[in-house]
Design a protein around this ligand. Structure first.
Ligand code: BTN
Length: 255
């Protein structure tokens, strides 16, 4: 049954980890990234909203954030349970994939898009909060298309849980399950275990990819995902190593 995000429902959430241990809900924000910066660094602090008027996506894009989606940012503070900062995006992608996989069989398009049948259900963007040259916190912003289904014409690759299953979902329950799933992986799994599970559901691995680096398109095969969250691709006769911030990957859909 469709249940919209609300403070009352969120107060009753069955969250059992650090991530989401303090949650602030807002009906509308410019972006959950803007709001969370107003709080002092605090491990697990989470800001959730029902819609965003200026949602941010990867590579400088906008994130369409109408009612029915679940939009949130949480904060992690050092020492990040020993994980390298770029690996946090791998942890979170796996956490979301495992939570949503209960509803429909989904995979991960490297580095952190959650996809179902070639369509994007969820995007993740991480940003560092830094002062005096050191990282005070990592901000993880996640947008999940749940009950929203109207996307702009240029988002033909986007889908929501509801648009592909013709059902309606409890947005608060999905928020809980995703936060608990990420927390479980972050607190309890080793880097090797996470990477193994990630590779099992990564839709790019051993598949053809087109990397767009500074406007140049390079075609090849994705051969590995590494412990720093980067991807190796075999392009012609050489292996190149790319990090998520510098490249867009075509292949599953066109960006
Ligand atoms: C992507 O481009 O794939 C990443 C999209 C990330 C969207 C989420 S929605 C919650 C948080 N606030 C934002 O402004 N962006 C992220």
């Amino acid at each position: 049954m469709k249940t919209k995000l609300s403070q009352k429902e969120i107060n009753g959430l069955d969250l059992d980890g650090i991530i989401g241990s303090e949650i602030h809900f807002f009906p509308e924000l410019t972006s959950t990234f803007d709001k969370i910066r107003e709080y002092p660094p605090h491990n697990g602090l989470t800001v959730v909203c029902a819609r965003q008027t200026a949602g941010c996506g990867r590579l400088g894009r906008r994130w369409e954030s109408s009612d029915g989606g679940v939009y949130f940012t949480f904060m992690l503070t050092p020492p990040f349970n020993g994980f390298d900062i770029p690996f946090i995006t791998i942890v979170c992608a796996l956490g979301v994939q495992r939570a949503l996989n209960k509803y429909l069989p989904c995979g991960i398009k490297w580095p952190n898009d959650i996809v179902y049948s070639g369509k994007k259900l969820c995007g993740i963007l991480t940003r560092n909060l830094a002062s005096h040259g050191k990282v005070d916190a990592v901000l993880v912003g996640i947008g999940i298309n749940v009950n929203n289904s109207i996307f702009s014409k240029n988002l033909s690759h986007a889908a929501s849980l509801s648009s592909v299953t013709y059902k309606e979902y409890n947005e608060n329950l999905i928020l809980t399950e995703v936060l608990n799933s990420i927390d479980d992986i972050y607190q309890n799994m080793s880097c090797d275990e996470i990477l193994r599970l990630y590779k099992e559901v990564c839709v790019n691995l051993f598949r053809e990819v087109t990397l767009v680096i500074n406007g140049e398109e390079l075609r090849g095969i994705c051969t590995d995902i590494l412990r720093d969250g980067s991807m190796n691709a075999n392009i012609g006769d050489r292996i190149i190593n790319v990090h998520s911030g510098e490249v867009s990957v075509k292949g599953i859909y066109e960006n």
